[in-house]
Design a protein around this ligand. Structure first.
Ligand SMILES: NC(=O)c1ccc[n+]([C@@H]2O[C@H](COP(=O)([O-])OP(=O)(O)OC[C@H]3O[C@@H](n4cnc5c(N)ncnc54)[C@H](OP(=O)(O)O)[C@@H]3O)[C@@H](O)[C@H]2O)c1
Length: 271
């Protein structure tokens, strides 16, 4: 991670809840000195206080970057505190779901470099994936800096347009919850077939985690991996005949689920 500019000019974190602390933990582990970080949060956790970062103190005059990690509904109250840093040399990066770049420009000014990012909860264990898009004022150097910071909690991809952010939210932002539900329901189905509930849950968690890791590590794409474990008329084939049915199967269900999340993200962005 290229930290020199951040180390000298400082980094401000607005909101240090689940996502803010996951990122801060990644930066500190990656070697960012605590003395270069200023956190604004009304109720700093014991963990945060033990990190040695500046908490709720005066901010540097021109920090390299402000990372916004408050809930969208707290934005109206939290953001005006940072208005003085707008239209300057400070890059703003927001991870707030459904909050458009335009709404930040209204408060911070159109000359402010702003990057919108959508991370997901596996960031808490350094296995997230974050999508980025910048406004007209953000430079390649700004995007590189944001990517370097967000890489501390997982993979980073760049988008071509902000409009893609709603579908990204529907796939990877909200996606971990779909996978958690898959684990729950796979375990419950195992219990229905007579397995003890804790054994079924252990099998379901390890299967989803292992298959996910294999899908990322393998040279073959997931369709081929599926074919590789499906012998004709075997057990997997029997299950896939149910899951892959055109109506009410996985393709149909996930299509409808992702469309619902994407539509909701669009509605939220419209305010
Ligand atoms: N968690 C995710 O997986 C995820 C994924 C993608 C995007 N995001 C985005 O990340 C942002 C944070 O989500 P989160 O899950 O980390 O929420 P969270 O755990 O509730 O964290 C928000 C933090 O901001 C603090 N806060 C509230 N008002 C503030 C103010 N005026 N000034 C400074 N800090 C303030 C909250 O303090 P109190 O709790 O004391 O009010 C809390 O510590 C959201 O905008 C969300 O859309 C989250």
């Amino acid at each position: 991670m290229k930290m020199t500019e951040i180390e000298t000019r400082g980094l401000v974190l607005l909101g240090c809840g689940k996502m803010g602390s996951a990122m801060l933990a990644g930066w500190l582990d990656g070697g960012l000195p605590a003395s270069s970080v200023w956190v604004l949060d009304p109720h700093p956790s014991a963990w945060l206080q033990a990190t040695g970062v500046h908490i709720n103190t005066d901010l540097p005059a021109s920090p390299a970057l402000v990372l916004i990690a408050v809930k969208p509904q707290m934005m109206g109250e939290a953001l005006p505190k940072l208005q003085a840093l707008g239209n300057g040399e400070t890059l703003f990066v927001s991870v707030a779901a459904g909050t458009s770049i335009a709404s930040f420009e209204v408060v911070l000014g159109k000359e402010t470099p702003i990057i919108r990012a959508m991370p997901n909860t596996p960031a808490a264990i350094g296995r997230g994936i974050t999508a980025l898009i910048g406004n007209a004022k953000s430079t390649d150097a700004n995007l590189d800096m944001a990517e370097g910071l967000l890489a501390a909690v997982g993979q980073v991809v760049r988008l071509d347009s902000e409009a893609q952010m709603d579908a990204v939210t529907g796939v990877s932002g909200s996606g971990p919850a779909y996978v958690f539900h898959l684990i729950e329901t796979l375990a419950a189905a195992g219990a229905s077939q007579g397995l003890p509930a804790d054994l079924a849950m252990k099998l379901a968690k390890a299967t989803v985690a292992g298959a996910g890791a294999l899908a990322e590590a393998a040279d073959e794409d997931p369709s081929q991996l599926r074919v590789n474990v499906t012998s004709p008329n075997g057990t997997t084939q029997a299950a896939l005949d149910v899951l892959m049915q055109p109506e009410g199967g996985f393709p149909d269900l996930l299509n409808r689920a992702v469309a619902a999340a994407t539509n909701r993200s669009q509605e939220l962005s419209r305010g």
